[in-house]
Design a protein around this ligand. Structure first.
Ligand code: HSE
Length: 308
């Protein structure tokens, strides 16, 4: 009986204009997946955390990717997947991506599959497809590689963040439709005006240049999206106030985290207090009658095997 534990971090996708392309890994929270293989057949999922997660193979991201790997590589094994979930699902912090990435890495190691990076991204994206209807790879790339990531399909690279960048998250208690990401994608425009595309491309390059040159102000300036956020912000009561509160208290940039409803601000912690920015965001939700939870963290490393 062999066992492997892998930890994979939460992530935030898009950073405004980088829809389905940009991501950052967060230092915390993390999901931990422990996969045990034995003689036999079948995949069994055990939830070891207080956070609710489905335990049927077809509806759990970890189960979906495990099933796909066993089928594609022709392994007849019994796998037990113990899920220690630290990332709440449905709040825009890459919960399904983290579980998917950790499961792929654990099975890769256990069965000696020697998967390449693009294959790890591909298999992890099957978990995303099961949870959100689309195999988007932005959260997966961030959770796998850490840092700031750029992905096109299965090709991804990562840049190290500036030393003083802090990430503030405020998560409102807003009830959203089931399969929230699928819904938040279904309302997006099918056609976009050229000037908005031009502005988004320019802003995306400001973010990339900001990470390349370790310039937090430049990253923040780029975090303005004229295509996706104007639609999705209607789902987030208080969006305008939260954005203003974050910027007024020193944030360099603010955006919706992934498909929401969490909002994310980046802060140069050598000048401003991430705790204060987070508190201001939570208070702004409060002024709109919305309870919110906040925390601040750093951009973190990617998934890794936990040696016991
Ligand atoms: N890029 C995806 C979206 C991320 O915005 O729909 C979902 O977490």
């Amino acid at each position: 009986m062999n066992s492997i534990k892998v930890q994979a971090p939460a992530s935030s996708a898009n950073l405004g204009p980088g829809f389905d392309v940009f991501g950052i890994a967060l230092r915390e929270p993390v999901d931990m997946i422990e996969v045990t293989e034995e003689e036999g057949d079948g995949i069994f999922i055990v939830n070891k955390s207080k956070i609710t997660t489905p335990v049927s193979v077809e509806s759990n991201a970890a189960g979906v990717v495990a099933n796909k790997l066993l089928n594609d590589f022709g392994f007849k094994r019994s796998l037990t997947i113990k899920i220690h979930k630290g990332i709440k699902p449905g709040i825009g912090l890459g919960s399904s991506a983290a579980s998917s990435v950790a499961t792929v890495l654990a099975i890769n190691e256990l069965l000696g599959l020697k998967l390449q990076q693009w294959q790890i991204i591909r298999y992890s994206s099957y978990g995303e497809a099961a949870c959100s209807g689309v195999a988007h790879t932005d959260n997966v790339a961030a959770s796998l590689l850490g840092g700031f990531t750029v992905v096109k399909g299965e090709r991804a690279f990562s840049l190290k963040p500036p030393a003083n960048i802090a990430v503030c998250i405020a998560t409102p208690s807003i009830s959203l439709p089931e399969r929230k990401t699928e819904y938040a994608r279904s309302i997006l425009p099918k056609h976009v005006e050229l000037d908005k595309v031009v502005n988004n491309v320019a802003n995306a390059f400001l973010i990339l240049a900001g990470f390349a040159m370790h310039d937090i102000t430049l990253i923040g300036k780029g975090m303005n999206d004229e295509i996706i956020e104007p639609v999705r912000r209607r789902l987030i009561k208080g969006y305008e106030d939260v954005k203003k509160a974050a910027l007024d208290s020193g944030a360099a940039g603010v955006c919706i985290s992934g498909a929401g409803p969490s909002m994310l601000a980046i802060v140069d912690s050598s000048i401003y207090s991430p705790r204060n920015v987070t508190d201001c965001m939570v208070e702004a939700f409060g002024r709109n009658g919305i309870t919110a939870e906040g925390f601040y963290t750093r951009i973190g490393k990617g998934a890794e095997i936990v040696r016991q």
